[in-house]
Design a binder for this molecule. Structure first.
Ligand SMILES: Nc1ncnc2c1ncn2[C@@H]1O[C@H](COP(=O)(O)OP(=O)(O)O)[C@@H](O)[C@H]1O
Ligand SMILES: [Mg+2]
Length: 240
């Protein structure tokens, strides 16, 4: 595995003493000593509330990323969220610096669009105003016009905006950017995005954070089984 283009290599954790307060009260972080990132794409998967966003936000904060590309307001709220880990986690960086960086929270994308338009730099995000496009269109416009080679991109559930067809288009964009030396960390529930080959999948659970093969993810296995046995699933779900 080539690590030449890796901007973020790993995090190292110094666990605080018991009793553990948030965020170390989250089971995934209770025994966490370190976590390695893939040089191309690292996926975070796990149940709702398993800690994916908490860690992604902390990494964004530690990496000093322009968290939403927006104003001080945005930067401040992001800094607030990064603090829970305090000095307990350390980011191990590669030798090279990314030429571009972006942290995107799916739920705040509307605000990002507002912010980008308000600051008058909208033209670099594509020919049309981001608000005049649908959620998915503006996300793809952002990825196409703002994401660059040798960039570092942290994305929280980007699939929320994207139809299945657009998720495929986004896979192609990721592939091009990875060819161009970009690195991604993506929290996702999408079995389509998770199929990206040059990646590792980190599963957040009660047991901690573990590497898991694509076919072993619930996203792949359950979706496949559901689509293959839809009637049986529905009959069982609606039984009572
Ligand atoms: N500031 C906070 N204080 C205490 N608990 C929090 C805080 N932020 C999030 N949590 C809790 O931490 C857990 C992980 O949340 P989150 O990282 O958002 O999960 P995910 O992104 O995997 O769905 C959840 O149980 C959530 O309620
Ligand atoms: Mg989340």
């Amino acid at each position: 595995m080539s690590t030449f283009n890796q901007f973020l290599r790993s995090i190292e954790v110094t666990l605080p003493p018991q009793p553990r307060e948030f965020p170390f009260s989250v089971p995934a972080f209770a025994q966490l000593a370190s976590l390695e990132f893939h040089p191309h794409v690292t996926f975070f998967v796990g149940e709702n509330g398993s800690g994916k966003s908490t860690l992604l936000e902390a990494i964004a904060g530690l990496a000093g990323m322009p968290t939403t590309g927006g104003s001080n307001n945005f930067t401040r709220s992001a800094a607030d969220r990064e603090r829970p880990f305090g000095n307990a986690i350390k980011l191990v960086r590669g030798v090279r610096q990314p030429k571009s960086a972006f942290f995107l929270r799916a739920e705040s994308f509307f605000n990002v669009a507002t912010e980008i338009e308000a600051t008058g730099v909208a033209s670099s995000y594509g020919p049309q105003g981001l608000h005049e496009q649908s959620h998915g269109e503006s996300f793809l416009a952002l990825a196409l016009h703002r994401f660059r080679n040798h960039g570092l991109y942290l994305l929280d559930e980007p699939e929320a905006a994207l139809s299945p067809q657009r998720q495929l288009a986004f896979l192609a964009i990721i592939n091009q950017l990875v060819d161009g030396g970009s690195q991604f960390i993506i929290a996702t529930h999408s079995p389509i995005l998770l199929a990206f080959p040059r990646s590792c999948i980190l599963h957040f659970s009660e047991a901690g954070i573990e590497d898991v093969a694509y076919e072993k993810t619930e996203h792949y296995a359950l979706t496949l089984d559901f689509l293959s046995n839809r009637e049986r699933y529905l009959a069982r779900l609606f039984k009572d």
